[in-house]
Design a protein around this ligand. Structure first.
Ligand SMILES: C[S@@+](CC[C@H](N)C(=O)[O-])C[C@H]1O[C@@H](n2cnc3c(N)ncnc32)[C@H](O)[C@@H]1O
Length: 460
């Protein structure tokens, strides 16, 4: 592909978007990594537009892809994925944005020249003009394709239908919707009520989360620097469902706590806000992701022992002192958070799920060994696939005599007392009970899809 990395002071938002989308199509990293890599090259005022282009194309990829394929004589080859990204971006503007049609088309044609692929100007121009002219007929001709009807890859549609037949429509709706901005108030510094008032004073309308004790949904998303005392660590951006880990584990000062898959440190920070003097070890496999944990904790004002390692490779990092509580926020398909990571619609493949199930299973077996007798392990994923969640736990319980499940009748209804019993602290039953653990399914204007199962270690 063409070289975008010249010395020009700033990059146009469309050029940058084409680069990001091309990298996603080529399976080179995630949307968030690609966006953060390129964002600084784009003028500040254009960054929101860049984000809108990239998220929009990924969010609508299954249907845009079907439209594009129905209009092209032959699909673009991998070496021309920059042109394909240009076409998808053009179609996205025509179909979903208020960009005037002539601007969307002319700018797309101009992008071919920027990419030094002038030979493609005719194709891009012809396809976009055809779409502009005949869009109703074009869409009608492909509207029965599941990827167009549900705007998700076929294999994901099939799995959601099979696993959640009754909730299929609401899951699809929530998965395709724009997610609400949810923040977590640092209760170590300020109460949720006071922080809500601070938001009110800035004209930022919010409402309290119903499951999490520390969350607020914002009526309209705002840049983080607008949030009062963000840099002083009063607040973090985190979905409501993710906020429940600390609530369920309920760490106490001086307990030994392990955060086994820690980056970018969202839950690490929350665990520390809940008990600032907990003895916390955070383990993360990817060295480059450790920086994110450090940044997050520095802003919140906490320090922990950070280890770069495979959490399951105990010889590498464990001193054989057992932990009271362990959070295993395992790598997963992220099918509960597609609306926040819409590049999953492009990149995730069915085989990934099988590979992830294996990784999760090995991590569970290995990390279980560091849990002390009477101690707890909270298994968490942001997946809605039973094989990564309830079925994973079913198999773990069957092969692990020391493990017992601690029921979570409602996801926010239990916390662990210091005497290691479970007490009821709130009641809410609008979640989805599975055979093991608790599955939260994504909700429009509500929490993401997430899974939790709390396990306790007993004598064999
Ligand atoms: C779901 S994310 C964790 C999110 C994090 N707990 C938070 O709340 O911000 C999973 C993380 O586990 C890391 N990871 C994957 N395999 C791992 C392993 N074997 N040991 C430790 N970390 C691992 C990934 O690099 C990724 O950062």
């Amino acid at each position: 592909m063409s070289d975008f990395h010249n010395d020009q002071p700033s990059m146009g938002s469309r050029v940058a978007a084409v680069e990001v989308i091309t990298q996603i199509l080529l399976q080179q990293g995630s949307l968030s990594t690609q966006l953060s890599r390129i964002q600084a090259k784009v003028d500040f005022d254009d960054q929101a537009l860049l984000k809108e282009y990239c998220f929009g194309v990924c969010r609508h990829f299954p249907s845009l892809n079907s439209i594009a394929l129905s209009l092209l004589a032959k699909p673009f080859e991998e070496r021309d994925f920059d042109l394909y990204a240009t076409l998808l971006l053009g179609l996205y503007q025509l179909q979903h944005m208020s960009t005037p049609d002539h601007a969307a088309i002319n700018e797309s044609v101009e992008l071919c020249r920027t990419l030094k692929k002038d030979w493609a100007t005719k194709i891009i121009n012809a396809v976009l003009r055809r779409y502009q002219r005949d869009q109703d007929d074009i869409i009608a001709a492909i509207s029965s394709q599941p990827s167009v009807e549900f705007n998700l890859p076929k294999w994901i549609i099939k799995r959601i239908k099979k696993n959640w037949p009754d909730q299929f429509e609401s899951i699809v709706e929530a998965t395709n919707a724009r997610p609400p901005m949810c923040i977590r108030v640092n209760l170590d510094k300020v109460s949720r009520e006071i922080y809500k008032n601070m938001l009110d004073e800035e004209g930022i309308v919010s409402r309290e989360t119903s499951f999490s004790e520390s969350g607020l949904y914002l009526e309209t998303a705002v840049p983080i620097f607008v949030l009062p005392k963000f840099t002083e660590g009063f607040v973090s951006v985190q979905d409501e469902a993710a906020q429940l880990s600390a609530q369920i584990l309920h760490p106490k000062n001086n307990e030994r706590l392990l955060d086994a898959c820690a980056a970018p440190g969202g839950k690490t920070g929350h665990l520390l806000e809940t008990a600032p003097d907990v003895q916390l070890t955070a383990v993360e496999l990817e060295p480059w992701r450790l920086e994110r944990i450090e940044e997050n904790l520095e802003r919140l004002g906490y320090q922990v022992e950070l280890i770069v390692s495979d959490a399951g490779d105990l010889k590498n990092w464990w001193d054989e002192t057992p932990y009271d509580k362990v959070l295993l926020d395992a790598p997963c398909s992220a099918t509960g958070v597609i609306r926040r990571n819409p590049d999953i619609k492009i990149n995730r493949k069915p085989a990934d799920i099988e590979a992830l199930v294996e990784i999760q299973s090995t991590l569970l077996d290995n990390v279980w060994q560091v849990v002390g007798e009477g101690g707890y392990l909270l298994y968490a994923t942001c997946s809605i696939m039973p094989e990564e969640n309830s079925l994973q736990i079913e198999r773990f319980l069957a092969r692990t005599a020391t493990a017992v499940e601690v029921p979570l009748n409602s996801i926010s209804s239990h916390s662990i007392n210091s005497d290691s019993t479970i007490s009821k602290v709130a009641t809410n039953t609008s979640n989805n009970k599975t055979d093991h653990g608790h599955q939260l399914l994504p909700k429009v204007d509500g929490h993401d899809g997430f899974y939790y199962c709390l396990l306790q270690k007993r004598d064999a």
